[in-house]
Design a protein around this ligand. Structure first.
Ligand SMILES: [Zn+2]
Length: 291
């Protein structure tokens, strides 16, 4: 690549952090568009963001329609050919994706990082792309990928083990929006949310009442707020359950579609997966911290 370092842009923090584990900051630069707490479903790129994309060597984005306000633009940029543009989730086999709302042009659930086995494949895709674009460092990308895959596998095993410590009847995750369906499939939870798959639609009184009914019926001990969704709707669910005599707790804040601030437990992808399962286990009668 001569003296100039490869410039790589990531939309989500999950992708940027993964790139940092594949040599980002050392073999190439990483710029992260969507910082802590920013909602990728509704984010509209600015002129400056578009310039950032256009001047990058590679842009990685989640795809599967997560970045609904910018994926068309990114697709067109890729077609022009000056920048390598990769929607990491779109490389996954469709039979591993959860169906969603095809009638709303959302065929699959985009929250793929919540199944760490899917994210292992996505990481491989990123490492392969880096090696293709920057063949001089191909061996290093392969070695770094191998190392990071071990860390991902260990974190996956940890999440599984802590999830198993939670009594079966308590394995229900209720949160602000539907980000945890892959988590539920992989780590064995029933998952319910006030809002649907995207944060773009408003929650209705009927949605809230449905969750209240579930909490009362199953005696759910705790529900969760998220770092990208205002807590109001979850607090409304809590108040609704309390009005029916069930004292459901707010079990903590989960990292959903964005990483946490630097220095917080959710500042890295593996950190947020550990933090989320520990928070869930602590609130639902399990053993956080792997005992
Ligand atoms: Zn989401």
């Amino acid at each position: 690549m001569g003296d100039e370092q490869l410039r790589v842009v990531a939309t989500t923090g999950h992708i940027a952090d993964t790139l940092n584990n594949l040599g980002g900051g050392d073999l190439f630069t990483v710029e992260n568009l969507l910082g802590p707490g920013i909602d990728p479903h509704t984010y509209v790129p600015t002129e400056g963001d578009i310039e950032l994309f256009e001047t990058a060597d590679i842009v990685f984005y989640n795809g599967v329609r997560l970045e609904a306000q910018m994926d068309e633009l990114l697709e067109q940029l890729g077609e022009r050919g000056d920048t390598v543009v990769v929607a990491v989730g779109d490389s996954l086999p469709e039979d591993q994706l959860l169906d969603w709302e095809p009638e709303n042009n959302l065929p699959f659930d985009p929250h793929i990082w919540n199944d760490m086995r899917l994210w292992m494949q996505v990481t491989q895709t990123m490492a392969d792309t880096l090696a293709e674009v920057d063949p001089a460092n191909a061996e290093q990308y392969a070695a770094l990928n191998e190392e990071y895959q071990v860390q991902l596998q260990e974190t996956h095993d940890y999440v599984l083990a802590v999830a198993e410590s939670i009594p079966q009847e308590n394995r229900v995750i209720i949160s602000g929006h539907d980000a945890f369906n892959y988590f539920g499939r992989t780590y064995d939870f029933q998952v319910e949310a006030v809002q649907g798959i995207s944060t773009e639609t408003e929650a209705s009184a009927a949605d809230i009442q449905q969750l209240v009914d579930l909490i009362v019926e199953r005696e759910v001990p705790a529900i969760f707020i998220e770092n990208i969704v205002a807590p109001d709707t979850i607090e409304a669910v809590q108040a609704g359950a309390q009005a029916e005599g069930v004292d459901v707790q707010i079990g903590g804040e989960l990292y959903s579609d964005a990483l946490g601030e630097p220095g917080s437990p959710g500042a890295t992808y593996t950190g947020l997966m550990r933090y989320n399962i520990d928070t869930i286990a602590g609130a639902l009668g399990g053993a956080p911290g792997g005992e």
